[in-house]
Design a protein around this ligand. Structure first.
Ligand code: ADP
Length: 494
C-alpha cells in the first residue's frame, strides 16, 4: 500500500443488491471489483447483477405499484422519506468515505455530493406533500355546452433510474427521490464504477425505513446489458437517465417499442463567453477551478472558453496561473480540490483527446500529461489548450477531464456562433461588467441553462434541462417533480 492509502479513509460498501425488500447476492453469486482511483487498488466487490436480476426487480416494482398502497398514500410516503432522510443524515460520514473511495473526489468538495442530496430528500418529501394533485381549472366552453375540468396529477408507474459515476450518490437521490414521492416505484441501476453509492442507499432503505418491499430496488452490475434490459422492459413505464449522449440515444431507441416516457440528462460541451469588458481576475480563476474540481468530470462544465482577441494573451495568462496553482493530490487530504480521474480508461480517454487537440493545431499553455509527483492514481495535470479551432475534435467532444480549450473571437456575434456550434446544449456562461449585455448574449445561446458572472443557475428550486442532444425534460424545480407525474384531465358537469 502507498502512504496515501495508509492514512486514508478508504472504505468498502455494501456488496448486496436490494430486490423485492431483500438484500441479495446476484443470481449465481458473481461479483465485480471496485477500485479506489487514488491508489489503483481493489477495495472490495459488488454484486454483479444479471438480466435475470433486473427482471426480478422490475417484477417486484410492478407488483408494488399495481397492488400496493404506495401510489395512493401520500402521508405514508412522507413518513418513509423522512425516515430515510434521518437515516442518511446519521450515516453520512460512512457515505462520504464510500463516495471518496469509489469516485476519488476530494473529501473537501463532497458537500455538494453528500450534504446537498441528503437535504434534497427532505425537500422532495415536503414539496410533494404540499403539491396540489387535483386542480380545478373551472368551467370551459365546449361545443356540447359548458364542462368543468379538473387536472389530476398521478404517478407514472414503474420508473427505471440509470445513473452515471461522476456524482453517483447525488444522482441516485436526484433521480429516485422525486419519483418515489410522486408515488412511483423504482428500480435503480447504478454505474459500474460506482456501485456502492447505490447499494448503500438500498441497504439503508431496507434496514432503516418502512418503504415496502418492491417499492425501491437496486441492481448493481458490471454489464451494460443490465441497463439495456431495464430500458427495454415493457413493464417499465419511464426511464430517468443521466449519462452520455450515446447511451441516451440507445435508451430512447430501446424504449420506443413501448413508447416509454424518458427523462434524459446527457452530455455537454458548454461555452463560457468572456466579453471584452469582463473582470478577468474574478471570471477566469473561477473558470479554472470549475475545470479542475471534480477532475473535470462534470456534464455542466463550461469547458470551452471564448476570449476576445483584444485581451487574448491577458486571459491566457490568468487561466495559466490559476491552473498551475490548483491544489491537486490525495483526495483524503483536506484542502486538495482535484483528485484523480475515476479510472485508467477515463484517464487514457482524456490524454488521448489532449493529444488529438495538439495534433489538430492547438497550443499547449500548461499541463498536458500525468503529474510527475503523483505516479500512483489516475491523475491528469490541469491542462490549458489555446488557439483551439471551433470545429476540431477537442472543441466538439466532451472531454470529462481537467482541460480547458480556449478560442479567440472578434465580435459578440462570432462568440455566440462559436458557442452554438455544438451538438450539445446543456449549460453555458457569460462574463461581463454589463449585466444587460450578458443577459442579451445568454438569451441567444442555444443551451438549457446559463450562468452570468459566476452566479449559478443550478439548484433544487429551479428547473434544469438540456436542449439539442443534451437532454429531454427537466430535473429540479416544480417542473422536475411534475416529470414523474402524468396529468389526467377530467371533464365533468359544470
Ligand atoms: P460512460 O460511458 O461514461 O460509462 P454511460 O452513459 O455509458 O457513461 O453510463 C451511464 C450509465 O448508463 C451507467 O449506469 C451504465 O451502466 C448505463 N448504460 C450503459 N450502456 C447502457 C445501455 N445500452 N442501456 C442502458 N443503460 C446503459
Amino acid at each position: 500500500m502507498t502512504a496515501v492509502q495508509e492514512d486514508s479513509g478508504v472504505l468498502a460498501g455494501e456488496r448486496r443488491m436490494l430486490i423485492d425488500g431483500e438484500l441479495v447476492e446476484a443470481a449465481g453469486g458473481a461479483t465485480f471489483d471496485v477500485e479506489h482511483p487514488a491508489s489503483e487498488q481493489v477495495v472490495g466487490v459488488a454484486a454483479d447483477g444479471t438480466v435475470d436480476d433486473i427482471g426480478r426487480a422490475v417484477g417486484a416494482a410492478r407488483r408494488a405499484f399495481d397492488t400496493g398502497d404506495w401510489a395512493h398514500d401520500l402521508e405514508f410516503r412522507f413518513h418513509c422519506l423522512m425516515q430515510l432522510h434521518a437515516a442518511l443524515e446519521a450515516d453520512k460520514e460512512r457515505l462520504r468515505r464510500i463516495l471518496v473511495t469509489e469516485v476519488g473526489c476530494p473529501v473537501t468538495v463532497t458537500g455538494s455530493q453528500i450534504e446537498s442530496p441528503i437535504a434534497e430528500v427532505k425537500h422532495w418529501a415536503e414539496h410533494a406533500r404540499s403539491f396540489e394533485y387535483l386542480v380545478d381549472t373551472g368551467v370551459h366552453d365546449t361545443q356540447l355546452g359548458p364542462a368543468r375540468r379538473k387536472l389530476h396529477y398521478e404517478p407514472v408507474g414503474v420508473v427505471g433510474a440509470i445513473t452515471p459515476w461522476n456524482v453517483p450518490f447525488y444522482l441516485n437521490i436526484a433521480e429516485t427521490i422525486p419519483a418515489l414521492m410522486a408515488g412511483n416505484t423504482v428500480v435503480l441501476k447504478p454505474a459500474q464504477l460506482t456501485p456502492w453509492s447505490g447499494s448503500e442507499l438500498g441497504r439503508i432503505i431496507a434496514e432503516q425505513t418502512d418503504i415496502p418491499a418492491g417499492v425501491f430496488n437496486v441492481v448493481t452490475s458490471n454489464a451494460n446489458e443490465v441497463g439495456a434490459a431495464l430500458s427495454a422492459d415493457p413493464r417499465v413505464d419511464m426511464i430517468t437517465f443521466t449519462g452520455s449522449t450515446a447511451t441516451g440515444r440507445a435508451i430512447l431507441a430501446a424504449g420506443a417499442s413501448t413508447v416509454k416516457k424518458t427523462l434524459l440528462e446527457l452530455g455537454g460541451k458548454s461555452a463560457h463567453i468572456v466579453l471584452d469588458d469582463a473582470d478577468f481576475g474574478s471570471a477566469l480563476p473561477m473558470a479554472a477551478m470549475m475545470a479542475c474540481v471534480m477532475s473535470g468530470q462534470s456534464c455542466v462544465l463550461p469547458s470551452r472558453i471564448l476570449l476576445p482577441r483584444s485581451r487574448y494573451d491577458e486571459g491566457l495568462g490568468v487561466l495559466k496561473a490559476s491552473m498551475e496553482n490548483f491544489p491537486m493530490g490525495d483526495p483524503w487530504t483536506p484542502g486538495n480540490m482535484q483528485g484523480p480521474q475515476i479510472s485508467r480508461t477515463q484517464r487514457e480517454k482524456v490524454l488521448g483527446l489532449i493529444d488529438s487537440g495538439l495534433k489538430s493545431g492547438a497550443r499547449l499553455i500548461t499541463g498536458g500529461g500525468v503529474p510527475d509527483q503523483l505516479p500512483t492514481g489516475y491523475y491528469v495535470q490541469p491542462t490549458l489548450l489555446a488557439d483551439v479551432a471551433p470545429d476540431s475534435r477537442i472543441a466538439q467532444e466532451e472531454i470529462f477531464g481537467p482541460v480547458l480549450t480556449v478560442t479567440p473571437y472578434d465580435t459578440d456575434d462570432e462568440a455566440v456562433a462559436i458557442a452554438n456550434n455544438s451538438i450539445y446544449g446543456l449549460s453555458g456562461e457569460v462574463s461581463s461588467a454589463d449585466v444587460d449585455r450578458a443577459v442579451s448574449i445568454a438569451t441567444r445561446m442555444r443551451t438549457g441553462n446559463v450562468t452570468i458572472n459566476g452566479k449559478s443557475h443550478f439548484g433544487i428550486d429551479s428547473p434544469f434541462g438540456g436542449t439539442k442532444q443534451s437532454g429531454l425534460g427537466y430535473r429540479n424545480g416544480t417542473q422536475g417533480f411534475i416529470e414523474y407525474l402524468h396529468i389526467k384531465t377530467i371533464g365533468m358537469p359544470a
